[in-house]
Structures are given as C-alpha cells and as structure tokens.
Design a protein around this ligand. Structure first.
Ligand SMILES: [Zn+2]
Length: 312
C-alpha cells in the first residue's frame, strides 16, 4: 500500500462557520497499466457506513501493479452526515442523493453534489455507488440500470431494474453520460457487518475484472433474480416496530403475511400491521429486531416475484 501510486487528496467544498474546512477525502490508485477510470463512492447517505469499510479494504489490498487504469474512491461523500449518522446533511437538512448535479451557488449540500459531479462523476468510465440499509434496516440487492453484465458481476442474488431512478441521485450524472453505473445496497442494521464487508470487497473486485481493470475471469452466478417491481413498505404510524419473524433479504413469502406490528409507545398496543403486499413476495430490506420507526420510514422493501425474471 505504501507506494507513490496510492494517493490521498482532498476535494475542498467550503470553509464552515466554525472555521473548519469541509473537504471530502479522495483516494486514488494509479495503475501500472493503461485502462479505464473506475469511480467508487460511499456514504452519500451518512448513516450507511458499510461502503467506507469496503473501500478501506479495497484501498489496503489492491496494489498498483494489479491495476489497469485508475481507481478513484470517495469513501465519505458527505462527512457532515457521516459524523451525525444522518441520512441528510444536518446543516441544511437536504438529502445529498436528491440534489445532483448540484449548484455552486446553492445550499451547502448542493455545493457538495456540484463538486462531486464536476470533479468526480464527470471524469469516470465506470461508476459503483455503495449504499446500505442505514441505522436500522438490513438490505441486500443491487440496481441493474444501464449495464446488466456489470451489475450481475456484483453477484447479488437480487437485482432491481427500476423504471426510473429517484431524481437527483448521484447515478443520474453518470447515467446521463452513458457510463456503466451500478448502485449497490448492502448490509446495515443492528447486526455484524463482517460478512457484508467481505462480500462487498470480493464482489467489487469481480466488477473491476468486468470493467477490465483487474485481470482474471469474471465470476458469474446462476439463479440471480431481476426484480421489475419493488415496494417500499412505509408505516403510516410511528412507534416501535416489532418484526413478526425472520424476514431476511432473499426469503420468499406469500401474500398477506404479517411482517411487523407497529406498537404505540403510549399504550403499548399495536396500531398498525405491515403485511406482504404482493401475491408472491421476496424480501429485499428488513428490520430484524425491535426498532424505533417513524411514519414514512423505510420499514421493509419487498420485491414482486410474479413479474420477476430468473436469470440463467
Ligand atoms: Zn442510501
């Protein structure tokens, strides 16, 4: 790792009112051979910290001699929200991943997205954006948006083909340029993350082989499932969310199965039951222990198996 081809630098955003400098860490590995520029981002949402750990292990384990091209990694895209373990930036309460391509005359978060768009996302040939379930939920799937071979190389059991992305996501910048783009949703919640981190590193290395950055055959996985429909189960009411069973990602359920009860903290009585929404369901994001939940939170995400495609 200690070589001149591993370069640490900073992307300056602004001086804060406290006098502190807000700058994003940039980690570049300049490969020994010519090849593509691959960009990997983590912590676009500050409460999704798996990506930082995956990037740490990639940074420490990849040598420049192995690499064709340039690997640019941004482990913490929103340091203020990372610090606060918050999805949104505490200073202006904006969600960085809804503000791209940003503005250099806008709110602080829009200035971060503007810097990321103009100095990072506009300069890469492949893009991998690592997200997670956040503080409470656990998640396990990846998006297949504009390059299914590249997405499948992450070797997730579940892929999701969105009809359209949320507006203002970081991926919108690379998608507009036709850059192969994969958003990974991996881990999170109140469980050990070691398995997710190890898989993240192993499978991103496989994506780097698919991108022509690392040598070797691209590993494939049969039995992957491409989902065309995902439903986010957002409770109407807040309180404590009591899971009704072990609904870990990848498990299949019939319709009308109770996933969780929302219990009022005033009466300790259930005020809402969350049920599987489709006739045939597959769990994508869940809460596996009792958690505080707010109205509108991501409580569960469920895929529709009736219009899913099983891939060879
Ligand atoms: Zn996220």
């Amino acid at each position: 790792m200690a070589d001149t081809r591993h370069q640490l630098s900073s992307m300056h955003i602004a001086t804060l009112s406290s006098g502190m400098d807000l700058a994003l860490p940039v980690m570049t590995i300049d490969g020994a051979r010519k090849g593509p520029v691959v960009g990997i981002s983590g912590t676009v949402h500050g409460d999704e910290v798996v990506g930082v750990q995956v990037i740490r292990d990639l940074w420490r384990s990849l040598s420049a001699d192995q690499i064709a091209g340039t690997l640019v990694m941004m482990p913490v895209c929103n340091p203020l929200s990372f610090e606060a373990l918050s999805r949104n930036t505490p200073l202006d309460m904006l969600d960085l991943n809804r503000t791209f391509p940003g503005s250099d005359e806008g709110w602080l978060t829009e200035r971060i997205s503007h810097a990321l768009a103009s100095k990072f996302l506009n300069q890469i040939d492949y893009y991998i954006d690592i997200h997670a379930g956040g503080t409470f939920p656990v998640v396990d799937y990846c998006y297949s948006i504009n390059d299914e071979r590249f997405a499948r190389a992450f070797l997730s059991q579940l892929l999701y083909r969105p009809k359209q992305m949320y507006p203002g996501v970081s991926a919108s910048v690379t998608l507009a340029r036709g850059v192969p783009t994969v958003v990974i949703e991996l881990g999170g919640g109140y469980i050990g993350q070691a398995e997710y981190i190890a898989r993240g590193v192993r499978c991103i290395r496989n994506m780097l082989r698919a991108a022509g950055m690392l040598e070797g055959d691209v590993e494939t996985r049969t039995g992957q499932i491409a989902l065309n429909e995902l439903k986010v189960m957002r409770p109407k009411n807040g309180g404590l969310c009591y899971p009704a069973g072990d609904h870990r990602p990848g498990t299949e359920w019939p319709g009308g199965v109770a996933l969780a009860e929302i219990v009022s903290i005033r009466t300790f009585e259930p005020i809402e039951v969350i049920e599987t929404p489709f006739e045939q369901n597959i769990m994508v994001l869940n809460r596996n222990c009792v958690t505080r939940v707010n109205p509108g939170d991501y409580a569960f995400m469920v895929g529709n198996m009736a219009n899913a495609e099983r891939l060879d």
